[in-house]
Design a protein around this ligand. Structure first.
Ligand code: PEP
Ligand code: MN
Length: 361
């Protein structure tokens, strides 16, 4: 079911309406000089939306929690000296009042805050009567409903210029990424609210500089609307998120390398070829469904047989062997281990459900 929100185009008077929308700037505003020099260099690249954290939600106490409202006049200078739009993160009503007082143009709600409906509601209430654009980062946990809930809360307060920031999801295990992108979550968000722009935040997904391009390109290939990337004049000296920040010069290289593909198919030959290929996919999908359904019928037979002979559903030795054997085969056929494990576990769970049902009939 798609969600109905009252949205207005995420557009700024007097600024180019370009795609991808690029927002860049330091993780944190640290000094007036750092804020202004970063802005000057970014402006030269053609970036016109400047991000900087004023209040920083840190995981552990006793680390740098942002300069606080002392930094807001610096953002005002970014506006007046470079004609840029400014954006910062708010996590409570107090932040909202201060940001509005100093004329911040765009605010965003951080991932830890989106996960907290009380905090989101407090921000929504504080924003009532304004029409400032608000970006909402995904919650730290991969919960699309919670993310949608935040958009609904803001929208109910009359905020219509809304966009999503996809910044990845935290996990217990240290993985390749700082925050696993789990692309299916923003894709599902787009399916549910098609007119909502999605901006990807490669910096917080990657946690390092090396992977930024790959994630940015993928966001473009998924036809997401923009990128928010952390940029600092001396990244290694950054007080927060040093590993993932890049100089404006490096950002320029990254943006120039991005390949922007056409989301619309205008050429008839391309369209027909694609249709043929999609038909092939459709055929495979219907075969897959039949095979799965047949497989479940066998599982039910096994369930009945086990019931008659009073045997438990799960023999974990068999499951372990099956998992290893199928995974080896799949990997040889070019499927990733991560993918096949997910598929096999889902099939196995469904099979257990069918067996449980017949056993308890
Ligand atoms: C940030 O953008 O600097 C930030 C704190 O992000 P997140 O809420 O994604 O952790
Ligand atoms: Mn950061």
């Amino acid at each position: 079911m798609s969600i109905k929100l009252k949205l207005e185009k995420f557009k700024f008077n007097g600024f180019p309406d370009e795609r991808p929308l690029i927002m860049a700037g330091p993780c944190s505003a640290e000094t007036e000089e750092q804020v202004l020099e970063t802005a000057r260099q970014l402006k030269e690249l053609g970036v016109f939306i400047y991000r900087a954290g004023i209040w920083k939600p840190r995981t552990r106490p006793n680390t740098f929690e942002g300069v606080g409202k002392e930094g807001l006049p610096w953002l005002k200078k970014v506006q007046s000296e470079y004609g840029m739009l400014t954006a910062t993160e708010v996590a409570n009503a107090h932040h909202v009042f201060e940001a509005l007082k100093y004329g911040v143009d765009i605010i965003w709600i951080g991932a830890r805050t989106t996960a907290n409906p009380f905090a989101v509601q407090e921000i929504a209430d504080a924003l009532e009567g304004t029409d400032i654009p608000v970006l909402i980062k995904n919650p730290v946990n991969p919960d699309v409903e919670l993310w949608i809930g935040a958009f609904e809360r803001l929208n109910q307060s009359g905020i219509k210029k809304l966009a999503a920031i996809h910044r990845g999801f935290s996990a217990y295990h240290k993985s390749f990424y700082r925050n696993s992108p789990q692309w299916q979550i923003p894709i599902e968000l787009k399916r549910r609210i098609p007119e909502l722009p999605v901006i990807t935040d490669p910096s917080h997904i990657c946690g390092n500089r090396e992977l930024l391009f790959e994630i940015s390109q993928k966001a473009m290939d998924l036809n997401f609307e923009g990128l928010i990337i952390e940029s600092h004049i001396t990244p290694d000296k950054a007080i927060s998120d040093a590993y993932q920040q890049i100089t404006p010069e490096t950002l320029k290289g990254l943006l120039n390398r991005l390949v922007l593909r056409n989301p619309n198919i205008e050429n008839a030959i391309i369209m027909h070829t694609l249709e043929d290929l999609r038909n092939e996919i459709d055929k495979y999908d219907s075969k897959l469904l039949e095979i799965l359904a047949d497989r479940m019928k066998v599982a039910e037979k096994i369930g009945r047989y086990k019931k008659e002979n009073n045997i438990t559903i799960l023999q974990s030795g068999r499951w372990d062997e099956l998992l290893k054997e199928r995974t080896n085969k799949a990997v040889k056929k070019g499927l990733s281990e991560e993918f096949i494990l997910k598929v096999l576990r889902a099939i196995h769970q469904e099979s257990i459900n069918h067996q449980t049902k017949v056993m308890n009939e």
